[in-house]
Design a protein around this ligand. Structure first.
Ligand code: ARG
Length: 471
């Protein structure tokens, strides 16, 4: 494309090193859609005759068919998706095709193409996130009355509803959903018409292309537009934080599934065996989820590091933005292909969970709070109950098995009405402060989350509708 200026062909190694076809060919149809908007605008403004504009659009559509049928074999020697498609166009319609690139640079072109491509991919990702949240809500409802241990420092802390556990993860994913739509909004801007960096001397109509492509607004500054990749970072940030949440959920389930905890059940179809140890049933899917999410934080660091220190405006460093972006998209799709289905199958063995806290010590806070209500200052209540706990541990007695006399020996303020409170279920049900683990509070959360999900889905529907047919 630049043969006018050069007296030598590009060195073969340089060609292979600088090409981006291996990364960007997957955006071919989005690139064609961007070109169609550009050519329509050229026709609309009179920069192209109506006839030429029509010829180009028709040939671009034919090229899209060739791509869909797998007939189009792109050449690495043409560097990237943009040059491959343009040169095929020129091959097909000669001098008319050679007019397409007026008023456009690959700098605003690639920017447009990735945004178009990403919009669709993001909406698919939303479907995955929606499905994940939906199945978590279903589990929260199903398990709302199941009592399991809640942990801090991975030590038994207080009894909780398994519904509260699922909702804790759900709240994190709902925050991710908010970040997701913020990222989408950043992507949903039209860069076309910014040219190489400074706009154009030609009377381009940026509003026309923006409308034609269904973007919600036009980018403000031509230099900033071709130089920054903030909108990708927004996507990668959403993904990295989401990945942390997936990893934590996976880790929780791996722990509870282990022989020593052993109070959740995973179906055989979502586990794998060992090639040597016949007894093994391993949670490999969860482990891979935990591991793969590392790529998501890695991708964010990759892009942030790659773009720091680049001067305005476009520099070739930016070509590699697609590496972290596409790896992230693929990783997210992989997560959504298994995680909601796996969660759907998780069952809780409540007896096993309860056996785990048969020493009753998990109820110690309840006793301290009982004393507070009888006028004992919390610090001294804490200490008194601490003595009782020590007595239990030293004498190998469950806290729940102490007689009223034993209680009163250590804590005279205890009355017989303490004893019926000392069950894990009671304890869970009595934590009814706003956002607490009592089923009434979990139910509230589920209802609020359902409303949020409906609103998010409405937003996603609107976005889907704003994308014109094709791309
Ligand atoms: N393949 C390039 C990319 O993905 C297209 C833009 C090239 N622009 C340039 N000035 N060399 O970034």
């Amino acid at each position: 494309m630049w043969k006018g200026r050069f007296s030598q062909d590009t060195n073969e190694a340089v060609l292979n090193f600088t090409q981006s076809l291996d990364l960007d060919w997957r955006m071919a149809l989005a690139d064609i859609r961007g070109s169609i908007a550009h050519v329509r605008m050229l026709g609309h403004t009179g920069l192209l005759s109506a006839e030429d504009a029509e010829t180009i659009e028709k040939n671009l559509c034919d090229i899209a068919d060739e791509i869909r049928n797998g007939e189009f074999v792109p050449k690495v020697s043409l560097e990237d998706v943009h040059m491959n498609i343009e040169s095929r166009l020129i091959e097909k319609c000669g001098a008319v095709g050679a007019r397409l690139h007026m008023g456009r640079s690959r700098n605003d072109q690639v920017n447009t193409t990735v945004r178009l491509y990403l919009r669709k991919e993001l909406l698919e990702i939303w479907s995955g996130l929606d499905a994940l949240i939906l199945v978590l809500l279903k589990k929260a409802e199903e398990h709302i009355n199941i009592v399991v241990p809640g942990y801090t420092h991975l030590q038994q802390a207080q009894p909780i509803s398994m519904g509260q556990f699922w909702m804790a993860h759900t709240q994190a994913f709902l925050r991710d959903a908010k970040r997701f739509f913020d990222a989408y909004e950043a992507v949903d801007e039209s860069p076309l018409g910014c040219g190489a960096l400074a706009g154009s001397t030609l009377p381009l109509d940026r509003e026309f292309t923006c409308r034609d492509l269904g973007f919600s607004k036009i980018t403000a500054n031509s230099m900033d537009t071709v130089a920054h990749r903030d909108h990708f970072m927004d996507v990668l940030y959403f993904a990295a934080v989401f990945g942390g949440h997936v990893s934590r959920l996976s880790e929780d389930l791996i722990i509870y599934f282990s022989t020593e905890f052993g109070w959740i059940k995973l179906p055989d179809a979502f586990c794998t065996g060992s090639s040597i140890m016949p007894q093994k049933k391993n949670p490999d899917v969860l482990e891979l989820l935990r591991g793969k999410t590392g790529q998501l934080s890695g991708a964010l660091v990759d892009l942030i590091t790659m773009t720091k220190g680049i001067p305005l405006t476009y520099n070739r460093d930016l070509q590699d933005d697609k590496r972290s972006l596409f790896r992230t998209i693929d990783c997210l799709k992989g997560i959504f292909s298994v995680l909601p289905a796996l969660i759907n199958e998780v069952e809780v063995d409540e007896d096993a969970a309860n056996r785990g806290f048969s020493d009753g010590l998990i109820l110690a806070t309840d006793v301290a709070e009982y004393l507070v209500l009888r006028g004992v200052p919390f610090r001294s209540a804490h200490e008194k109950v601490g003595h009782v706990v020590r007595y239990c541990v030293e004498n190998n007695k469950p806290l729940t098995a102490l007689t009223i006399e034993e209680w009163q020996k250590y804590i005279p303020e205890v009355a017989p009405d303490l004893l019926p409170l000392l069950s894990p279920r009671k304890s869970m049900e009595r934590r009814s402060t706003l956002g607490g683990t009592a089923p009434s509070q979990v139910r509230r959360q589920i209802e609020d989350a359902r409303v949020k999900l409906i609103l998010f889905n409405g937003e996603a529907e609107g976005l889907k509708e704003s994308i014109p047919g094709g791309y």
